[in-house]
Design a protein around this ligand. Sequence first.
Ligand code: SF4
Ligand code: SF4
Length: 379
Amino acid sequence: MDKKYIANFNASLPRLGYGCMRLPVNDSKIDFDAAKKLIHYAYEHGLNYFDTAYNYHGEESETFLGKVLPDFKRESYFLTSKLPVWKVKEEADAERLFNEQLKKCNTEYFDFYLLHSLSKKSIETVEKFNLYDFIVKKKAEGKIKNIGFSFHDSNEVLQKFAAAHKWDFAQLQINYWDWEENDAKSLYDTLEKLNIPCFVMEPVRGGFLASFAPNAMKHFTDYNKEASIASWALRWVASLPNVAIILSGMSNMEQLKDNIKTFTDLKPINGKEQKIIDNVIKDLRKIKPVPCTGCRYCMDCQYGVDIPGVFEIYNDYKKSENKIIAAKQYFTFMDEKEQGSNCQKCGECMTKCPQHISIPDELEKIHAEMLEIRPVTVQ
Ligand code: SF4
Ligand code: SF4
């Protein structure tokens, strides 16, 4: 596993970090033995950065790591968690949540600690309850080594917030699709200008960039049939100079081994490969995905429609052309009330969507398309 020296921390971090939000599950609970095996394998192969959060895996991810990581010497790995800002209703909540997290993680300190999933709205909570001062205080107490935040909003909001305080790092959703489609480039540039190391989440966009329709994948496989599709996305992100670490939520040994391979003797994307990626992006644009980032600002829908869930299934379907998986995900794994047909067209979600998506219209269109593919696939 390659490492990168980050001057701001005076430390070398592995290029790949283990995002513990997609661990293997059994009956919706973390499959302890399978997940432990992955963590051990990762650690033994130099992947010693573990990223968790209060809410991952129904609030069980931290507890899981608290049971597994003590197998290793504390100073031999990096542990990251995040303050669930949305759970802070008064100033004292921050201390209570933080202490709970330390206890669940079975640790005296976090190497990295973030204000989780900030947006214009949640930044109001940060300011109202002095959450920046709170994490600075924990850093002074030695309970946090480095402070940061993860972010999902516009560059305008980021510029103002990032410059208002002193940060050790920040975490952004960066990948070759979001780079231009969702203006991730501006966010990245802002951190670079402010000399804030960028930690990357969703480098493969939750799997969106891990497999495509055969014609799109052909661009990659014609050039190198050995390399996985996901490895292109990971190498692309790793080629950005201000990227300190790249998080990937690996759910099985195959993904873990492939990612470790990608980050061992890592090859940056060269000019020829960038042109190939540009062609893949062109193909992806043709499928016209709904430009949903999964930010969930539109949620909760008062009628129970899982708006980002429907859009994700649809986008995956358009990309993969796999009717069987799409119909199964939509009709079998979603409750009826979560499906697009349950939209009552109240319009409330549209007032909150930063992408200005015409949500009720999209839901109606998608439901009709899902009905068309249903008879072939779902019993
Ligand atoms: S428009 Fe439809 S999806 Fe949006 S909040 Fe109303 S019912 Fe829910
Ligand atoms: S529909 Fe809009 S608000 Fe809802 S998750 Fe997608 S981008 Fe965010």
